[in-house]
Design a protein around this ligand. Structure first.
Ligand SMILES: Nc1ncnc2c1ncn2[C@@H]1O[C@H](COP(=O)(O)OP(=O)(O)OP(=O)(O)O)[C@@H](O)[C@H]1O
Ligand SMILES: [Mg+2]
Length: 151
């Protein structure tokens, strides 16, 4: 049976958002695919920074939105964990996803995190979790996390 669990958080700073992201990341496993959704500047990349921080990724996260795809090498309990970070903001048509090899990098024994992952409806059902970030005043954000449990 497919079940979804939803949790809601309220963040008052970028650092607090990264902290929620580190907590969220502690429950992630290879094979998970995370959709990050929300308007420009909502904090999707900040949230990604928290996830990368949890896995102690060596690489500096690239500035938001300028690159389509990056791989970060992290670890959890001494086991390597790769993070595949996408940003689909500049992708206009689903066909372009093929050109960047989206499916190959999305599915596999790594953790995939996709900013603007809600943009292409064909992929909506493939995410194991969705994180929605919403502006709620200057430095405040509402964070709604939905996890899929298919068992
Ligand atoms: N509570 C908060 N949570 C997250 N970011 C915050 C918060 N308060 C302020 N900010 C600021 O908002 C900005 C969020 O930018 P970020 O690049 O993470 O957004 P984004 O959703 O990835 O945008 P884009 O769609 O352009 O990629 C940062 O400059 C961050 O410092
Ligand atoms: Mg971003």
């Amino acid at each position: 049976m497919a079940m979804a669990l939803t949790e809601e958080f309220f963040s008052r700073s970028a650092e607090e958002t990264r902290e929620y992201a580190r907590q969220f990341a502690s429950a992630l496993q290879p094979g998970d695919r995370v959709c990050l959704k929300g308007q420009l500047g909502a904090g999707k990349t900040e949230f990604m920074k928290g996830i990368a921080g949890f896995f102690n990724c060596a690489e500096e996260l690239s500035s938001p939105t300028f690159s389509l795809f990056n791989i970060y090498h992290g670890a959890f309990r001494e086991r390597p964990v790769d993070l595949h970070h996408f940003d689909l903001y500049r992708i206009e048509r689903a066909q372009e996803l093929e050109a960047i090899g989206f499916d190959e990098y999305l599915f596999g024994p790594h953790i995939a995190i996709v900013e603007w992952g809600d943009k292409f409806s064909d992929y909506l059902s493939c995410y194991t979790a969705t994180v929605f970030l919403d502006h709620a005043g200057d430095n405040s954000r509402r964070i709604v996390i939905t996890r899929q449990h298919n068992r």
